[in-house]
Design a protein around this ligand. Structure first.
Ligand code: AKB
Length: 340
């Protein structure tokens, strides 16, 4: 059985659908109720305190299921974390510790490592200036690890915790290893089905969804802002590829993955190309701008390509032409996009 925490979020949505389609039994956990149609695809659903990774009720209840793999998606995203760092630390760090110790206990019980898949983020990177960001245009996993946000700090710390549980936990006491932790540093994700909440890369999906509904969009970053993005199906594909990769092929536990890295204006231009009446204005929020300015312009994902064959399905053009525009148009059924 596969446990998915934060199951009602953007990525949970897409992952449940992918796993359910192939008949994998899913135990979904989230403080919130799962949206209609999603709960029905799971074998069991934990909500309220039982679905809350910061609550003892979660560990107690989850331990009653035969969990063999965990996708630990529950997190407070970057902008929301800056607004309430203490809560974000509780969810993002203490919640991850609870999940790792759940995996440890379960692994020990069944004498087989439990895999913990962890979506980390480009927010673990931190550049001191725009010049430095431009100089190291495609960052490697071991460069510029000086996050400015609580979210980035927490994710970096949890990467280390996961490595610790896999490689060193209780080694002095002579215990065997019962956790197999693997992480991906995700760029901003763009989904046609759902909107993120509380992130700082949200301007890309928000721009597209607003255009498809005929709503004016006030973009909170400058036109020249550049960070990496990825279409949601590729995000799910990457998680599953890394999960299925033979352990002996992995030279590290934490990988960058990239797809495309447009500026905000390039995103606005492609949105306008499909939705010529879209009104996109710039209304810069200096605090959110500072967050994306501190993130990398692009990632070097050569380790993922070499070790487990990572390759995105969607580049920038294809993501809009074949996934985002058709799906977002079906979703809102309001505006007919221009055929390219
Ligand atoms: C956020 O904006 O906080 C996330 C991320 C880049 O990890 N989407």
């Amino acid at each position: 059985m596969v446990l998915i925490t934060g199951a009602s979020g953007e990525m949970g949505h897409a992952l449940i659908e992918a796993l359910a389609k192939e008949g994998t039994p899913v135990l979904a956990a989230d403080v919130r109720q799962l949206p209609h149609g999603l709960a029905e695809q799971c074998v069991a659903v934990l909500t309220g305190a039982e679905g809350d990774v910061t609550s003892p009720a979660f560990v107690e209840r989850a331990a009653q299921f035969p969990i063999g793999q965990i996708f630990h998606l529950a997190a407070v995203l970057s902008t929301a974390a800056e607004r309430d760092p203490v809560r974000a630390h509780r969810v993002n760090v203490d919640g991850t510790l609870a999940v790792l110790s759940l995996a440890q206990q379960r692994g020990e019980q069944v004498r087989h490592p439990v895999q913990v898949m962890f979506p980390s983020t480009i927010a673990v990177y931190g550049f001191g200036s725009l010049e430095e960001k431009q100089r190291i245009s495609a960052v490697r996993e071991d460069q510029a690890l000086h996050p400015h946000t609580l979210y980035g700090i927490a994710k970096l710390h949890c990467e280390r915790l996961g490595e610790y549980y896999t490689n060193h936990y209780m080694q002095l006491a002579g215990e065997a290893r019962w956790v197999d932790f693997r992480a991906l540093r995700f760029p901003g994700l763009i989904s046609a089905e759902t909107l993120p909440s509380g992130g700082t890369s949200d301007y890309a999906p928000e721009m597209l969804h607003a255009a498809a509904q005929g709503i004016t969009y006030h973009c909170f970053v400058r036109p020249s802002t550049r960070i990496p993005f990825m279409a949601m199906p590729d995000g799910i594909k990457a998680l599953r590829m890394l999960a299925n990769a033979p352990a002996e092929h992995l030279s590290q536990r934490v990988y960058n993955i990239g797809a495309f890295a447009p500026t905000a204006e390039e995103i606005a231009a492609i949105v306008r190309r499909y939705f010529p009446d879209a009104v996109i204005e710039y209304d810069v929020d200096e605090r959110r701008q500072a967050i994306v300015d501190s993130w990398c312009a692009d990632v070097d994902d050569s380790a993922a390509r070499r070790d487990w064959g990572w390759q995105p399905e969607y580049d920038f053009e294809r993501a809009f032409a074949e996934y985002l525009v058709p799906a977002v148009t079906r979703r809102y059924r309001q505006i007919t996009p221009v055929q390219q």
